[in-house]
Ligand binder design. Sequence first.
Ligand code: IPM
Ligand code: MG
Length: 370
Amino acid sequence: MKKRIAVLPGDGIGEEVMSQALRVLEAIEDRFGHEFEKVHGLVGGAAFDRYGSHMPNETLDQAYNSDAILFGSVGGPVADMNLPKWKNCEANSILNLRKTFKFNANFRPVKIFPELQDISPLKAEVIQKGVDMVFVRELLGDCYFGEHKQFTENGKRFGTDQIIYDEDQVSSIAHVAFKASRNRRKKVTSVDKANVLDSSKLWRTVVTEVSKDYPDVQLEHMLVDNCAMQIIRDPSQFDVVVTTNMFGDILSDAAAVLPGSLGLLASASLNKDGFGLYEPPGGSAQDIAGTGTANPVAQILSVAMMLRYSFALEEEAAAIEQAVSAALSSGCRTRDIFTKSTSSESPTKLVNCEEMTDEVLSYLKRPALV
Ligand code: IPM
Ligand code: MG
């Protein structure tokens, strides 16, 4: 297969984890005989330094002319940290991409790796019930793209943001969620705040209507405050969680801590034509940027998601996921997931970003072992 990929590493740890993920992609090309052209572009603070924009047209053009976008992370720095625009670096680049390419569906899988149970903040008995869910977050509606404004009335300052959904936006994401659940445990939890918000009342009505097309899938509705609690109390009850833009933003971060590190999670944003952007949602981690200690797993798993969702290369995606599991089972740990092993049978070893990838590659290059 021949495909072109826009590679946008961004800022902070973006560049170092991306270069490791590309080594994994190259190993896939060698093993399975594919050819991926990688077109590198600047986004975020890195782009602002060069073009004066967090999402320059040059980069958008590269993305337009590609079959998928592999994204790192954004978040400064730029030469002048006091620039007002810097504050909006993430929003300017990520929201711009979402709007330009109409990415309406965001997939954020959260799974606890059995090898890493000890670093999860959850109790062993909770983990043993199995934690394997995916957030399907609507990405173009809600208060994100409604009207935002600040104004002064009678000497008092106000700030207001409009929450808005139309029924097509809701039914579209509901179909995505129900379809996704058919490849999983066939349960959809729709999360809203229908006891207060009209946008949520519409959401609940439309999701219920769409559910009639999927009689084999179990649908439940849950209020967002309860859901936040259930994610910590008993995450095993969730399979597919479909929710609004803002609630998805918050809940997916809460759930992201369950596996023990943000450095272990990948995500996909897709539009209705199946064009996709793949990124680790963990952020640019400026504090450890350049130290070579970042965890490359999230970026490597983003490559796996890209192969699966954009190119339908299931075997290749699974090979990466299995190699990552094998590397973790072998005891390799970057600093964010390192704990000294108490058992001599399963010793852990502290490794850096490159060594972690070396370990993944060692399994990927030995097909018989994975
Ligand atoms: C995310 C981020 C973004 C969002 C920010 C950076 C605009 O938090 O992808 O979850 O709120 O969607
Ligand atoms: Mg977020």
